[in-house]
Design a binder for this molecule. Structure first.
Ligand code: 2P0
Length: 354
């Protein structure tokens, strides 16, 4: 809840999510409206916890007195730039500048515009990253930031409106507002593009994350999806397949059919990577061990254990399985690809205010 002494501060946490039907490509870059709807599972143990504090004194100087800046004869734009220049961001105890701070500042501008609270903010974020690196997620980061910033600014958003706000920071963040299975309706504008929870029914899911490399990705997902949309001859076919895949995935979920859900999940991810690889120049995130893990998952499935691969904008493989098989699947992976670290994740909760 809000700090009694300072109502302009709030803390929220959110978990990362893994898409089963992927989001890849925007119809609107500014509003982050996707080309297709997507479906994800929010995971436990991959968490961002973020505190946002709006403050009205800049560096101990006189009151900035900018909350009601209009009408003073000063150009609003200058005031807003001044406010923005006082924003600060600390991630895991490291003060940030440049691109990272810029992106958060631009997101805070949306919160300032919506709330009318034209003040600078201090943002402090802590992340639990499983293997030290490699899976840092903009989804958990912007879901937590959206919840903390909107609350600190005095807004009381519905979960749907919070997901619309989180979407403006990073597309996949709109799904991390909710726990468990989540559908992001592509929509066609800011109003109609939001996430919503999907009943898990009888499914008892786990995701086994297999770390192939924790190195920084060679191309950001934002740039890679732009390139895929603009240049890949396979992209339109993949987008078309997404609508069919989503329908079938939702049906499989309703029927509690993990075999079917797993097969669609795997096919949709391969299709996304095929479209990426057909971009010009190609976007290729895979490493030799990515293929080794994909083969291992095939082998594990042939041996009679249910396990299905999915991959995002990087070389790591995530394996969907029944929660009751998760330890056996993880053990089989450790045996088949001993060079990779393996960690089991269960479904996680949505965004929470503290
Ligand atoms: C997803 N990914 O559905 C897809 C699959 C990666 C591969 O969402 O530009 O960080 O901030 O909207 O959400 C990664 O892209 O991109 C992503 P922006 P985002 O999870």
């Amino acid at each position: 809840g809000a700090d009694v002494a300072n109502p302009r501060v709030a803390t929220a946490s959110a978990n990362a999510n893994i898409a089963l039907i992927k989001y890849w490509g925007k119809a609107d870059e500014e509003l982050i409206i996707p080309r297709a709807s997507s479906l994800s599972l929010t995971l436990d143990g991959l968490t961002s916890r973020t505190t946002v504090e709006f403050f009205d004194k800049v560096d101990g100087e006189e009151d900035a007195d900018v909350a009601g800046g209009s009408g003073s004869g000063v150009d609003c734009r200058e005031i807003y730039d001044y406010i923005k220049s006082a924003d600060s961001l600390t991630i895991d105890d490291v003060p940030q500048q440049g691109k990272a701070l810029d992106r958060v500042s631009r997101f805070l501008d949306i919160v300032r515009a919506q709330s009318g609270l034209h003040l600078p903010a201090r943002v402090v974020s802590h992340n639990t990253v499983p293997f030290g690196a490699g899976l840092a997620s903009s989804a958990s980061a912007f879901a937590a930031l959206a919840a903390a910033a909107s609350k600190a600014a005095g807004m009381d958003l519905s979960p749907r409106d919070l997901s619309r706000l989180a979407r403006r920071g990073s597309g996949s963040a709109c799904r991390s507002v909710f726990g468990g299975l989540v559908q992001w309706h592509a929509g066609h504008d800011d109003e109609t593009s939001y996430a919503e929870p999907v009943d898990m029914g009888s499914l008892d899911l786990a995701v086994i994350v297999v770390l192939v490399s924790s190195d920084l990705k060679p191309v950001s997902s934002r740039e890679a999806m732009r390139r895929t949309v603009a240049t890949s001859p396979l992209y339109p076919a993949w987008v078309e397949s997404c609508a069919v895949d989503l329908d079938e995935a939702l049906n499989a979920i309703r029927q509690g059919d993990l075999e079917r859900l797993g097969a669609i999940t795997e096919a949709n991810a391969f299709g996304m990577h095929a479209a990426m690889m057909a971009s010009r120049p190609a976007v290729l995130y895979w490493l030799p061990d990515t293929v080794a893990v994909l083969r291992a998952v095939d082998g594990i499935r042939d041996s009679g254990l249910g396990a299905w691969s999915t991959m995002d904008a990087g070389p790591n493989v995530k394996v969907l399985a029944d929660a009751r098989d998760a330890r056996a699947v993880a053990a089989a992976l450790r045996e088949r690809v001993p060079q990779c670290e393996v960690e089991i994740h269960r479904p996680g909760s949505g965004v929470r205010l503290h």
